[in-house]
Design a protein. Sequence first.
Length: 104
Amino acid sequence: MPRNFSLLSRNITLNEYDHITADRLAIATDIGEQHLAVKRGNTGGHSIVEQKQQDSDTVSQITVETKPLDSVVDAVDVLKVDVEGAEDQVLRGGSPSSKLIDRS
């Protein structure tokens, strides 16, 4: 598993952010699973890829659980998204009636 989750969890604990819960999953359009390409030397460069798709910087692939944003959180005031080109999957995910993101 990429170090990202353990670093995030450690920072939450060290900063005593009791109101934050970290989940091991990817936000996407649907509930399911996708492949995450784990990159060498760039912990912010991991990305969702088609099965068996790799490049020279890919060290390994892991399978990650995916869920739509509105199935994970009830409300969002501010959303900062940096997901290596998968912004569309994050913003389109969830039910059309979701009140999380203004779709107009």
